[in-house]
Design a binder for this molecule. Structure first.
Ligand code: IMP
Length: 432
């Protein structure tokens, strides 16, 4: 029996929430290992919608343990609010069900202020961040300035760290023409919230090791998508963490061989939020059709997502770099009714053909997609629960994707409802 990691294979918003929820039914433990409350996972269970940002998707189920790993950046106030909201929906949250890594760094009010100020300073060339403070919090982690969950136990450590951190950040805020922030104000806010957060503090790597020894099934829940990976994505238009499956190990304190099967969540077309290159973008009627039919608005910021054709060259690349064994194809039904469908199979760059996304942002912006076109299908695929319910032309589209991305479709999702899913192999029982 292997553990499973779920990661996004495009620019996020591939429909990970539903798949993770579906898989968490088969798992004992669900672990978040990167990102923060920039993520937005929507779960629909018995018609009730749950919107999660920082909490692992296992939280909505009884008898599952949810872990926020050390690779995540935690905004204590956002976490507290999210727990309050989900409790109002009848979900129980307690320290037996939710554990937070003692070595996870915190997002503080100064980080969101800096995120906002830096975006403003980028003028006409912003990244389009969620302004949640994600980037500045990871910067502080790498610069060894961060306050971590374990520091909440020690007010004198918090004070010392905050004084040092704000010496650095206030110089920057001043330079950007913003008001300085008092370290004592942040300390006061932290002292108010710390007990609430500390009840969930745990030595999560030890907890996970124990689960592993007991043969418990662990589900690693990725956020965002491979093209937003700080190393392998469309840098600098990326987020500040790694999404590749290797991060599931580093971001939770487990060994890479504990990961098992890596499932790449892949939308049957492509979307992106924020700025940056997007070779198959359709800023036209097709893009509008996909956006409206696919309800492509951000869960976290409500921003309209940019939409375009499926990019097989991009997904092939993220499958290889991300260590993906098989894909879960989502939102196929959004393509129902189109006369013809295009799939990007490679690019033209300055007159030459290439079949990968290069690292240079200049070259990324110059990529011209090369398409193959197939006839669409008129019948609905929505809610299909077996291959027999899928029109032949749609099956052809799925098979074409499998061939082009060089990975099998392990799972097909045909609506937001949990049971509208066709399973080819159970990721918990196949070997990666
Ligand atoms: P940040 O993570 O807020 O720094 O934003 C950096 C980039 O990642 C922006 O383009 C965001 O729109 C994008 N981004 C961050 N989180 C998500 C997500 O969960 N889904 C899709 N895009 C995201």
């Amino acid at each position: 029996m292997s553990n499973v990691a779920v990661i996004g294979s495009q620019w996020g918003d591939e429909g990970k929430g539903k798949i993770v929820d579906w898989l968490s039914n088969r798992a004992d433990v669900v672990v978040r290992f990167q990102g923060g409350h920039n993520a937005g996972h929507t779960l629909v269970i018995d018609g009730v919608e749950y919107k999660l940002h920082l909490l692992p998707s296992g939280i909505v189920r009884k008898a599952k343990v949810s872990i926020i790993g050390n690779g995540v950046v935690i905004d204590p106030w956002a976490l507290s609010k999210e727990i309050e909201t989900i409790r109002k929906q009848g979900v129980e949250v307690n320290p037996q069900k939710l554990m937070i890594a003692e070595n996870a760094p915190l997002i503080l009010p100064v980080h969101s202020a800096l995120d906002e100020a830096m975006e403003k300073a980028r003028g006409n060339n912003p990244i389009g961040t969620t302004k949640r403070g994600i980037g500045p919090a990871y910067e502080d982690k790498i610069a060894r300035r961060a306050l971590r969950v374990c520091d909440l136990e020690y007010p004198e450590v918090m004070k010392r760290k905050l004084d040092r951190m704000m010496l650095h950040h206030n110089a920057l805020l001043k330079g950007l023409g913003c008001d300085e922030i008092s370290p004592d104000d942040i300390l006061e806010q932290l002292l108010e919230i710390r007990d609430e957060i500390l009840q969930y503090k745990a030595v999560t790597w030890l907890v996970l090791d124990k689960f592993r020894q007991e043969g418990k099934k662990i589900l690693f829940e990725g956020a965002q998508g491979m093209m937003l990976d700080v190393d392998h994505g469309t840098y600098p238009y990326v987020t500040s963490s790694n999404m590749a499956s290797a991060q599931a190990a580093t971001g939770s304190g487990m060994s890479p061989d504990s990961i098992g099967y890596v499932l790449g969540i892949t939308k049957a077309y492509t979307t992106r939020v924020g700025e940056g290159p997007f070779p198959t973008e359709q800023d036209n009627e097709i893009g509008h059709f996909l956006g409206e039919k696919g309800h492509e608005f951000g869960t976290t910021t409500g921003r309209k997502r940019r939409c375009g054709w499926f990019d097989a060259a991009l997904v092939r690349q993220t499958i290889k770099v991300g260590g993906i064994h098989g894909i879960a194809l989502t939102k196929l039904d959004v393509l129902d009714g189109l006369d013809e469908i295009k799939i990007c199979v490679g690019y033209e760059l300055n007159g030459s053909r290439i079949d990968y996304i290069p690292a240079s942002s200049v070259e990324q912006a110059a990529l011209k997609p090369v398409y193959e076109t197939i006839e669409g299908w008129k019948d609905s695929t929505r809610g299909a629960r077996s291959w027999g319910d899928i029109p032949a032309q749609a099956v052809k589209y799925v098979r074409m994707i499998e061939g082009l991305v060089e990975a099998p479709v392990t799972l097909l999702s045909t609506s937001p409802e949990r049971d509208d899913t066709i399973l080819m192999h159970d990721p918990f029982t196949v070997k990666g």
